[in-house]
Write a protein that binds this ligand. Structure first.
Ligand SMILES: [Zn+2]
Length: 405
């Protein structure tokens, strides 16, 4: 069976070490290269849709998380506070929302600032029991693609619809195949904050944003501060988990006393929309490794092109092609060790999308022969043409290996 832990080890994507601690994986160069490509893409997608990026620390004063309600509702999932002195205690944050609320109130806000879309790929921590940890799917240190849209109640429908659009766009580029949408609602019990009218309004807004899409309802699955839409994926073992999410929150704006001045000069409370387009980098990659069996789309493959000179006579031509590929922004390696057949097999085993073979005839003519990861071999072509072809696939963030028609 496909298992991201085994593939992650074979492909050199990540490792773990008992000395580092369970649930604290180490991303190796290949995994870091793929993750950086994905992070840059997500940041770019967010920037183009009007998000502003911030950077906030992964820990904060105990009082911050008392105010946010996390220590009241969520303490079991948090690491215990760290005491620096009698009146100075810090906690590793279990979420980014409290810091983003402080970003919002770092200055006065007017209706002209809204919607204010604050985004960050930031660290947070969960005190998961060691028995449930495994590879990248359950970890204690989480790098979350997170964001908070502060908006008026009238803007909520449009904000949620825009978030769902961005989620679909990101899924298409990454090759994510969502298993379904889930509307998580309040269940019986006392663990929820906020009044009934707010909950009813929030649920109504989310239902409206989902209009026309198939979705399932999950009573009792809402966050303690509001209902949410989760986008589920299924791993190779058939386990379902949440990858992307959009959640409404009427509670934190109250707790942090967030406000804006409306067009008539009155002070109003914004709504906070929590959203993650692709979830945490850890869970995302656990999923992507399995769904692609390690063969990532070319745009985030750790190595995109491996150059294979047939023998030492083509070393110069191979280096020249590699330099041109690097200058074009591609991640490229030259492999000279061993027989050509073995190197072609190694490249396929490492899931490198393109092997550029340079024999004596190709070198003399300034050409290269492209072999695709799936076994297809293209006619020898001028080196510049090969770079254009690969550049088109990468630039379009295509899932296939030939330029989209
Ligand atoms: Zn949040």
């Amino acid at each position: 069976m496909i298992d991201h832990r085994r593939l992650g080890r074979e492909l050199g994507l990540f490792t773990s070490d008992p000395l580092a601690g369970a649930g604290l994986p180490l991303w190796l160069p290949a995994g870091a290269a793929a993750r950086h490509a994905v992070e840059e893409y997500v940041r770019d997608l967010e920037r183009r849709s009007g998000h502003q990026h911030v950077l906030t620390p992964p820990l904060g004063k105990r009082e911050l998380f008392e105010l946010s309600g996390h220590l009241g509702y969520f303490a079991d999932d948090m690491f215990p506070p760290m005491r620096l002195s009698a009146d100075d205690e810090f906690v590793l944050r279990p979420a980014l929302c409290p810091h983003h609320a402080l970003v919002y109130r770092s200055r006065g806000r007017s209706w002209r600032d809204l919607p204010l879309r604050v985004a960050e790929l930031g660290g947070m921590y969960r005190a998961e029991r060691s028995g449930v940890l495994g590879g990248l799917s359950r970890v204690r240190a989480i790098s979350l693609n997170d964001g908070h849209n502060f908006c008026s109640l009238e803007q909520v429908g449009e904000e949620v619809a825009e978030v769902l659009r961005l989620i679909r766009e990101a899924h298409a580029a990454l090759g994510v195949r969502p298993a379904g949408f889930r509307l998580s609602l309040r269940g019986p019990g006392e663990k929820y904050v906020g009044d009934d009218a707010q909950w009813a309004r929030a649920e109504e807004l989310l239902r409206a944003a989902l209009d026309g899409m198939p979705y399932a309802e999950g009573p009792g699955e809402a966050a303690f501060y509001g209902p949410k839409i989760d986008i589920q994926v299924v791993d190779a073992a058939g386990r379902e988990s949440t990858l992307s999410t959009v959640q409404l929150d009427f509670d934190k704006p109250e707790r942090f006393d967030l406000s804006y001045v409306d067009s008539g000069g009155a002070r109003r409370r914004p709504v906070m929309v929590h959203r993650s387009l692709v979830g945490s980098m850890e869970r995302l990659f656990a999923y992507l490794i399995e769904v692609h069996e390690g063969a990532f789309p070319a745009w985030y493959a750790p190595v995109q092109v491996v150059v294979l000179p047939v023998d030492a006579g083509q070393d110069g031509a191979a280096d020249g092609f590699a330099a041109a590929a690097r200058a074009a922004g591609l991640r490229v390696e030259v492999d000279r060790a061993g027989s050509l057949g073995a190197r072609v097999r190694d490249a396929a085993r490492a899931r490198v999308p393109y092997a550029a073979v340079v024999g004596p005839r190709e070198a003399a003519a300034g050409r290269i022969s492209l072999r695709l990861r799936d076994g297809r071999v293209l006619e020898p072509m001028p080196a510049a043409e090969a770079l254009t072809l690969i550049g088109k696939v990468v630039g379009a963030r295509a899932v296939g290996l030939l330029p989209p028609a």
